[in-house]
Design a protein around this ligand. Sequence first.
Ligand code: PEP
Ligand code: MG
Length: 795
Amino acid sequence: MAVLWLEDVDADDVGIVGGKGASLGELIGADLPVPPGFVVTAGTYREFLEDAGIDEALFEAVAVDPEDSTALREAEATARELITETPFPDSVRAEILESYRQMGTEGDEAFVAVRSSATAEDLPDSSFAGQQETFLNVREADLLRRVKECWASLFTQRAIYYRQQRGFPHEDVDIAVVVQRMVDAEKSGVMFTSHPSTGEPRMTIEAAWGLGEAVVSGTVSPDNYVYDRTDRTVENVTIAEKKVEMVKDPESGETVQLDVEEGRRTERVLSDDEITSLVSLGERVEEHYGTPQDVEWAILDGDVYMLQSRPITTIREEDDGASVGSNTAAGDDGSSDLGGVVAADGNDTDDGHPSVTGDTGDAARGDAGGSVLVSGLGASPGVVSGTVRIVDKLDHLDQVEEGDVLATEMTMPDMVPAMKRAAGIVTDEGGMTSHAAIISRELGVPAVVGTGTGTQVLRDHGRVTIDGDKGTVRAGADEEAQPAEEFEPVEAARPETPVKPMTATEVKVNVSIPEAAERAAATGADGVGLLRIEHMVLSLGKTPEQYIADHGARAYQDELIDGIRAVADEFYPRPVRVRTIDAPTDEFRELEGGEGEPIEPNPMLGWRGVRRSLDKPEPFRQELAAFGRLIEMGYDNVEVMFPLVNDAADVEGVKRHLREAGIDPESHTWGVMIETPASAIQIDDLADAGIDFASFGTNDLTQYTLAVDRNNGHVADRFDELHPAVLQLIGDTIERCRERGVDTSICGQAGSKPEMVEFLVEKGVSSISANIDAVRDVQHEVKRVEQRLLLDSVR
Ligand code: PEP
Ligand code: MG
């Protein structure tokens, strides 16, 4: 038997029909309204490989060096060709088609969903899990091809990369394919039958128009309904602006994304009656499994259907009564995500990060809780104690040991490994947007920057306590300091309550070093609003030109690909905006090959951003080639962003380069940073030139609007991102962009400030990208402002 009907399988059949098939069969068995369907079993897949004699060739072809991008690409192509070019055995073909025909009605072919359903529990990595194929609205003509494509999706470059890298045998993963009648949903979404972190009897339902893919993929911000199962009341309703919906094109049967017409965008999706029906179904499923579930559902002609159900597996009580929830579903291929509700996957990777040491008992100097030695800007929060290690030169870096306090004039890109080892960081120079501040925040290492005299004053002090909140360095070790062994950088970034505030405005996160990707993803952000690549490039120790001269263009691309991929994987399928390089000449000059960099009186006003890229296109071309290769590898979540553009001529320039790199600016998402008053004032021209988004780089926009050098301590008190002139430029730009259908965002430091968040949400910004440690607060602030605006509009 090549196929099994869903009603004939249950939860014990994961090995035969995969996690998804087994779960659907179980629901049908419990009399829940699941659309009918069948499963092409995992055995059929395996027999297909073995009978055709392609199994050995397949597993051999994918056993490649995961760091070799060319080999990966070839492996995917070979696997795909082997699977898709090998014909089905006649009996299997006949059985699949015959089963399919039974689902149609007279004279009407059924539209079916064809979904991968992996049998191995596979790797506990959500980014891996999310990638096996699902095809919607498939008809007979395409059915067999789609089944094979599901099989082939076990061998995308990303999947091969992950299994190879983690030593997970390819032979151990099998795949079944669910073929299920489509519900041509009018509305759909997901629900948690109980509170996903505490297990309280409180249901959360997310709902949007059309097919559920829009919610599950995060394309649309859904309405959010909270139902109190004890009081039997709808406790909270948050209506989102649902700009798009996925529907079946009546002509082609394809799933298409349509703009929702104005009137329906802010209309409430679910009536009270529909909520009641969903609640009753949710309770039945929860009762059936005896554990809280997250359920995908759809409504058509007033009937509610359940499309999928998975346990919320990690509701757990912590010692302090706080709870952490996540929802990795055992046996599920995880091909759907949870539409914005945190789907943490129990990260256990303490990467050896020793960043905080406590030794709180050390009162050897007799000055625990002692006097303030120096103070500066609290650039990265946390209170830690450690032994001071002064670093004047890069070659002293290896002296920084785990738990030391690294004190230096200013951190450099090559210092990142030592910064990771350090318990805390103190610098003489630099402001809140300096290298030291950005990197220490991302690493979760407490830091005080811009102390002026830190390296001199601390030189003779053995042990100190850094307070990254107050911006002080005190003598001795003190009791507030957190012991190193209790500090886990990833866990520290994970919100205590995993239910993310549902907001219409997306809240994303900024990332500058790949090492921070896991921490950034743990925040539950909606994507990465700014991935800087200059830290990756500068840490090569050579200018891009020098690196290319020494190692070749391909090697340079590979370096970028590796760094970007670390982030794109963590966030997949959530979008990651990668910015082309923007380093000033004085930073390049520090690197090998940088001797010839021009000496500029004020590098901040000099040869940086796209002006340099357009003048000197060789390294720029390689950056774009790297982005192109990533897109080709399946990273369709990678978006391209250009820094420091001034006008439409700049935009036309970068567009030309995008095309030359094989990235079609019409079909791929790209945009620019608004960092100069010129670009804000000329936003209409930039919109005409075709940008998809405009992202405010307020660090630069502020310095250029107010003529205040962001790196100059003498004028630091005049650096005010909330200055009315800056706000006016931002507000006007948002207004123009809204009229032009261009998304707006902020990725400068100010996006983490509540006042700026309030201003932006009021103006209607599309997304806000914040620092890792600010994401959760920003989500709450956005929600608060959105709710106030809603209330104001009805009062
Ligand atoms: C900005 O200018 O606000 C920005 C995000 O870019 P960077 O800080 O890298 O110049
Ligand atoms: Mg900038």
